[in-house]
Design a protein. Structure first.
Length: 134
């Protein structure tokens, strides 16, 4: 029986569409899985080499932006002869709808895997408005 082996390549971000970078090096788009429950939407992003000190998550004008910086490692007194794995920073943005409760967004990172919880806002509840006479 033949097996189909597929490999996932890192996609390099097109940094021409964003502001100028002050840090040299490649920027990759992290692979993200999106899950949904009745209560929230979850983003799970693979960002190898990123920890809680090197990640930045911003929310501005309904756009959630994730940026992770990776420290390049080179052993002392050694020169790279061949590389199969590219090292670089990560950046990705998501447009959020009004159905997300932006004040309750939560994020954790462990072993290079970022988990962002986007709680859904409670729908507006019906309300009876009383009418008074003057």
């Amino acid at each position: 029986m033949a097996t189909d082996k597929t490999s996932v390549q890192k996609r390099e971000a097109d940094t021409r569409e964003v502001a100028e970078r002050t840090r040299s090096g490649k920027v990759f788009i992290p692979a993200v899985d999106i899950f949904e429950t009745n209560e929230a939407i979850f983003l799970i992003a693979d960002m190898p080499g990123v920890d809680e000190k090197s990640i930045n998550i911003n929310l501005e004008k309904n756009v959630l932006t994730i940026e992770g910086k990776v420290q390049h490692y080179e052993p002392e007194k050694m020169e790279l002869a061949y590389a199969e794995y590219n090292v670089g920073d990560y950046q990705r943005s998501f447009n959020l709808s009004d159905s997300i409760d932006q004040d309750k967004i939560d994020a954790t990172i462990k072993d290079g895997v970022l988990s962002v919880k986007l709680p859904k806002a409670e729908p507006a509840k019906p309300k009876t408005i009383s009418v008074k006479t003057k």
